[in-house]
Structures are given as C-alpha cells and as structure tokens.
Design a protein around this ligand. Structure first.
Ligand SMILES: NC(=O)c1ccc[n+]([C@@H]2O[C@H](COP(=O)([O-])OP(=O)(O)OC[C@H]3O[C@@H](n4cnc5c(N)ncnc54)[C@H](OP(=O)(O)O)[C@@H]3O)[C@@H](O)[C@H]2O)c1
Length: 281
C-alpha cells in the first residue's frame, strides 16, 4: 500500500490518479473538513487526519510500504515519527524556495524541516520542485494568464530580468513516481525544475503568446514598490503581494536538474511546451 499526504492538492490529486491507474493500492490522509469524494470515487482509501492537530497521522501512514508526503514539508517531523521503520521508501516533497536568500519565515521553516530529514535514517528521498504550473488553477501561471486576459497591462516590480524555471505538474508527478520506485537513491535530494530557465519578462511574454495576448509590461522601480507596500501596511491595508514575494522575484531561480535527469530519468518540458499542453489547440 502506498500512503499519500496532500492528496487533495494540485499535484497530489494528479499523483493519486496516476497511482490508481497503475493498479496501486492507495491510502490518502485527508483533513476532516476536506471533500474527499473524488478520491473515494477513484478507488483510494481515505483516512481522516490533520497535521496541525496531530490527528490521524499514524492511522494513515502506518503499514504503508511507500509514503509520498506532499502536504507541506513543515509537517515532516510527524511523518518521520509515524511511518513504519520497515518502510521501503519515503518520498518527501519540499521546495527550491529553501535556497532563497530573502529573509522570510517560510524559508526558515523549510530549511528547519529539511534539517530533520537529513538526520533521519529512514530511506527518504527529498524532491525540491520550483514553481509548479499546469492545467486548471495552478495558482501560479494560470493566475498570470487570467490577469493578462483581463488587462494586458502588467506592472512588474524591478527589471524583470531575473531567471525563473517553472516546472510542469506532470513532470513533478513523474519524478515522484520515479523516486518511489528507484532503488539505491536513499538520502538523495533532487531539484525539479523546468528544462531551462528564462527571465521573468520572457516568461510573461511566453504566457501572453500562449493565450494570444501581447503583454504591455511596465517595470516599476523596486524602491517604489517596496515603499508602496510599506505605506499600505502602515495604513492597515493588506496588499496582494508581500515584501518577501517582491524580493524573491528579484532572485535568479535557475537550477541544475542533472541529478534528477541521471537518477530519475527526469525529462521535463521546456516552458513553451508546457504552455502548449495547457493552452494549445
Ligand atoms: N505549488 C508550487 O508552486 C510548489 C512549489 C514548490 C514546492 N511545492 C510543494 O509541493 C507540494 C505540493 O504542492 P501543491 O501546490 O500541489 O499543494 P497544494 O495544492 O497547496 O495542496 C496542499 C495539500 O496539503 C494538504 N494539507 C494542508 N495542510 C494540511 C494539514 N494540516 N494536514 C493534512 N493535510 C494538509 C491540503 O489539504 P486540503 O485539501 O485539506 O487543503 C492539500 O491536499 C507541497 O509540499 C508544496 O509545498 C509546491
């Protein structure tokens, strides 16, 4: 039996479909208030639990041959404590955000969680995706596309020249499946990013081209954006983006995927090819 956390999420729901299609027996940890109807209809076993309340974790993960943890890496302590010591493989999905140099508690959380993983003797494999995109509401590229369809004018904090390497969701799922199955890769970590990096400006233009919109990009001086955010906070407003997000946009997010290519037969799509899968005719 394979246990999956985060099975109702964007990547997890696709992963569970793939596992069931391959004939696996799948048990999903799902929060008590979350609709698990689709998972049950597909044939997955659903066990209710919540990492925040430390409820149901042992019941969901105990007895599993393989555990695929996609709910946030910040819950990894519970996972490490709840899986059987005889488990064959524990695939933990973290984030390439852990390499960000922008001071941010969410980055510190990932780094602290990964430190627990590194200490563990369990047969773990750590996967670090970059920004995940794909069909439906990926909450990343899909929202940029929706915004551009409404208004082709796009204010961009800074120069838009920093690199990004988004990863197509099916490539992440394929890597998780490979990491679950491949022998002799215990205690290794892999970056999962798209085939090649591109600048934020090029990313916006590629999305525009895919949806038939020519974006009109307005580059705003960084100092102006940061002052604006500070002033908004001072007035008690809650801007849609926070300071750390704006600063992370100014970091190069280009990663080597060579190890995943070698060990996991990882062949990710280039960004234009991924967009074509989503928006192509
Ligand atoms: N999306 C990205 O761009 C991106 C980039 C890098 C890394 N990652 C990592 O990749 C993994 C999958 O990302 P995703 O975007 O596909 O995930 P997602 O759509 O945000 O889904 C998160 C999943 O975790 C579950 N979950 C949240 N809190 C929980 C709790 N307290 N107890 C039990 N389950 C809980 C959610 O359940 P509910 O349905 O009940 O909310 C949901 O199934 C995550 O670990 C994420 O941090 C994502």
């Amino acid at each position: 039996m394979i246990a999956v956390t985060g099975a109702t999420g964007y990547t997890g729901s696709l992963l569970v479909r793939r596992l069931l299609a391959e004939g696996e027996t799948v048990r999903c940890l799902v929060r008590p208030e979350t609709d698990a109807g689709t998972l049950e209809q597909l044939g997955a076993e659903v066990v209710r639990g919540d990492f925040e309340a430390s409820e149901g974790i042992g019941g969901a993960l105990g007895g599993a041959r393989i555990v695929l943890h996609l709910a946030s890496i910040r819950y990894v302590r519970s996972v490490l404590e709840s899986v059987d010591k005889t488990i064959e493989r524990l695939v933990l999905v973290s984030s390439l955000r852990r390499f960000s140099l922008v001071p941010d508690p969410t980055v510190d959380e990932v780094v602290a969680a990964e430190a627990l993983v590194l200490e563990s003797q369990l047969p773990w494999v750590l996967l670090r995706p970059s920004m995940i995109y794909g069909p439906g509401d990926d909450r990343n590229i899909s929202r940029l596309a929706t915004g551009l369809r409404r208004r082709r004018i796009l204010p961009i904090p800074g120069q838009g020249c920093y690199l990004h390497q988004p990863v197509y969701v099916e490539d992440v799922v394929a890597a998780i499946l490979a990491a679950a199955a491949k022998p002799d890769i215990d205690h290794r970590s892999y970056a999962l990013a798209g085939l090649e990096p591109l600048s934020y400006d090029a990313l916006v233009d590629a999305v525009g081209a895919a949806i038939g919109v020519r974006p009109f990009k307005i580059h705003l001086p960084l100092w102006l954006v940061l002052c604006g955010l500070g002033a908004a906070r001072g007035l008690g407003l809650r801007p849609a983006v926070d300071r750390a997000q704006v600063l992370r946009l100014q970091e190069d997010k280009a990663y080597s995927i060579a190890e995943a290519q070698t060990d996991l037969a990882y062949v990710p799509l280039a960004f234009a090819a991924g967009l074509n899968r989503i928006y192509g005719g």
